[in-house]
Structure formats: C-alpha cells, structure tokens
Design a protein around this ligand. Structure first.
Ligand SMILES: Cc1ncc(COP(=O)(O)O)c(C=O)c1O
Length: 401
C-alpha cells in the first residue's frame, strides 16, 4: 500500500474492498451473497449500464457465472420422473453447461432452434413449437437466453428480446439471461441490450416479472476465468424463493473472495481523471479492437470458401460456420462410427493442427453440419489458421467429391 509504483486509485480500490472484508483480509469468509461493498459496486455498475435502479440485496456473487446459473436452475426443479420433471427451454446450439446441468438435475431440456437464416435470432414460432411438444414430457418452468451467443456469436436486437419477454410472460416462464459476453460487441449496428433494461422499459405486467441475469470475470476484455468470479442479479424474485436461494447458497459458505475482488474490478473500473484511467482504457480498447478485427476476418474468410457459410460474428468470441459435406464424406464418417462434423474436425486437426469443436457438441438442426472456432488467438495466428483452413477444406472437398 505504501509502494509508489502502484497508482493511488488502485490502492484506494484495494483498501475499500479490504475494509469490507472480515479482518481486512480476502483470506476471510465473506457473507454468503458476497462482500457488501462489492455488491454495492455491482449494483452501481448495473444502474449506470441500464439507467434503472439496482439493489445490492438482489445480487449474489458466485464461483464464475456457472455456479450462479446452477444455483438458480436448482430452484426451478419440480419432480424427479416423467411429466413431473421441470422443463427448461435452452437454445440449440447451446453452451453445454445447460444440457449438462439439466441432465445432472434430472430435469428435461426443451431445445429451441436458433434461426440461422436470421443471424441466429430467437424465433417466437419456434419457441412455441418447442414448448408445445415438450408439455407432454415435463412441466415447463424457465427459458434460458444466451446473449451475446455462445457458440453462435449473435447479439440480439431489442425487439427480439421484447418478444421473448412477452412469450415468457404468456407461458409463465422464469427468465435466465446469460449475459457473460455483454462487453464483447463488434459488429456495426449491434448493441448490447440487457434483459433487465428491456424488461424495465416495458409495461408493468412485464417489468415486474422475475428475471435473473449473469455476468462473470471470465470473458469481456478481461478474460480472468481462473479467478472464478461471477454474479447473479435476481430481480422481482418472490421473497420466499429469495430466502430459499440465500439459504441454499449459505450452505456453500461463500464464493472465493479473490474472485469477488476481481468481479469488483470489472464492475468498478478506473474513471476519467483517475491515474489508472488512460492505461486501462488503452488496454481495454486494444483487446476489444483486436477481437473486432478478428471477428471480421473470420466471417469474411469463411464466406469466401466454397461450401462454407457463416453469419456475421456480431459479438462473444466465436464463429459457428456451416459446412456442406459431400455424401462420400458422410459415408466415410459413418464407416468410422463418427458424426460427420466430428469426422471433419478430426481430419482438420490431423492434417493442419487446427482444433475446432464439432457442431454436434452444441446441437444443430438435423442434417446440418457446423463447427465452432474461437477468435481468441492473436491476429497473425488467425491469419495463418484461416489460410491453412482454406487449403484443407478445398482438399477435403476434392477427396470426397
Ligand atoms: C455462455 C456462457 N455462459 C457461462 C459460461 C461460464 O462462465 P464462467 O467461467 O463465468 O463460469 C460460459 C463459459 O464459456 C459461457 O460461454
């Protein structure tokens, strides 16, 4: 604290957090919901982001967003078998935490397909179809929306979010908004709209709906995933349910206080005029600027290759291109007992060293094939990777044509 090498605003932030900790140490357990001043900083962040009130008592810190998502999903469970099981609507393709947790909890996944022809937006007719088919198998309870999307890289429009909220209201579904990529927006014209802001600006019948939203230290420009910092804001929660939620997280004592401190740094970054501000802004815009450049580069290159099409990477950290595979490649995959997209990805790995994840790992419409790649490697490496990919794909088509 006395070392002049550290900027004074950083030391003030550290002091504030330590003063909020038992024994002035992040080595002490905190309140189960998290250190009070950190929850205040998060509420302040949300207030500034949305222009609507946020209450520190509606916020609980967690071990990454994953832990908070699992805590909320646990509250939604109904029965253990057949039609009594809770049905949770999840996007397809989806981030596998959701299918894994639903399986672990013996709940029922209600997959709704994202609309690839409409930049992976949510389609309300498709939501209705998925829900109506699932009614015979479970008690529909909640809908999960991932915005910006993983693995699909879309950023939802305000109108699309409004329609989803109306749908959730009509069907009495609890809303889980996975917004861990809210700082990762790249495409011109795309803007992050939080579910909370959209909900708060709708008529009262919607603005009092129960909603949970999640953020973490793992993504954005910070990428501090090893800290396992995260939080959930739960708005309009029924008081009895909220009490039960607190009781349930109390059994875990608290999330890592180091992770909470990292979450505070995200929620309360350097402000204009403070000594750290310029360097912070420079690093943040360098990281986000490079991600935006790579998002553009991969979209453009994939779309220039025969048999590959890719929606614009509007946000998050991924491209999810569609590949058309020749019948002979599909037969070769079947002979090996592999999904055709997995066969393709293994061939890509073995021939070029490029590692991508088959679309079947996230779910996709039957008879369509995709893979997911991140845009995280440095620009120079992505350029080389795209060239290698192009060469591989052309050779693959030649071999199996
Ligand atoms: C959409 C989505 N939600 C949640 C998570 C989990 O993040 P955390 O590291 O905060 O647990 C991830 C991680 O990749 C993700 O992509």
């Amino acid at each position: 604290m006395n070392n002049p090498a550290y900027p004074t605003d950083a030391k003030q932030r550290a002091t504030r957090i330590l003063d909020g900790c038992g024994g002035h140490s992040i080595g002490a357990y905190s309140d189960s919901a998290g250190v009070r001043v950190i929850r205040e900083d998060i509420a302040n962040y949300i207030r500034q982001r949305d222009g609507h009130p946020s209450n520190p008592d509606d916020i609980f810190l967690s071990t990454g967003a994953s832990d908070a998502i699992k805590s909320i999903m646990k509250l939604l469970l109904t029965g253990k078998t057949g039609k009594d099981r809770a049905g949770i609507m999840i996007p397809i393709p989806q981030y596998p935490l959701y299918t894994a947790t639903i399986a672990e909890y013996n709940a029922h996944p209600i997959g709704y397909y994202l609309d690839e022809d409409n930049t992976w937006a949510l389609n309300i007719d498709e939501l209705k179809r998925a829900l109506n088919e699932a009614r015979y198998h479970c008690k529909p309870r909640a809908i999960v929306v991932i915005n910006p999307g993983n693995p699909t890289g879309q950023v939802l429009s305000r109108e699309n979010i409004q329609s989803v909220i109306k749908f959730a209201k009509e069907e009495n579904l609890f809303l889980l908004a996975d917004e861990v990529y809210q700082h990762n927006i790249y495409a011109k014209g795309s803007q992050f709209h939080s579910f909370k802001k959209v909900l708060m600006e709708m008529p009262a019948e919607y603005s009092n709906m129960e909603l949970t939203s999640f953020l973490s230290t793992s993504k954005g420009y910070m990428g501090e995933c090893g800290f396992r910092g995260g939080y959930c804001e739960a708005v309009n929660l029924d008081p009895d349910v909220k009490a039960m939620l607190l009781k349930s997280i109390s059994a875990k004592l608290c999330s890592s206080v180091a992770g909470q401190a990292a979450m505070d740094v995200v929620a309360n970054p350097p402000k204009p005029g403070e000594p750290s501000y310029e360097l912070f802004e420079k690093e943040k815009s360098d990281v986000l600027g490079q991600l935006a450049q790579k998002a553009q580069l991969v979209t453009k290159t994939f779309n220039s290759i025969e048999g590959v099409s890719c929606n614009v990477v509007q946000g998050a950290m991924y491209a999810f291109p569609r590949i058309s595979l020749p019948p002979k490649a599909i037969q070769a995959a079947q002979a090996k007992g592999q999904n055709p997209d997995a066969f393709y990805c293994f061939q890509l790995l073995e021939n070029t060293g490029i590692c991508v994840v088959p679309g079947s790992g996230f779910g996709q419409k039957p008879n369509t094939f995709h893979f997911r790649t991140t845009i995280l490697p440095p620009v120079e490496k992505i350029q080389v990777m795209m060239e290698l990919f192009k060469g591989f794909h052309q050779k693959f088509l030649q071999t199996y044509k």
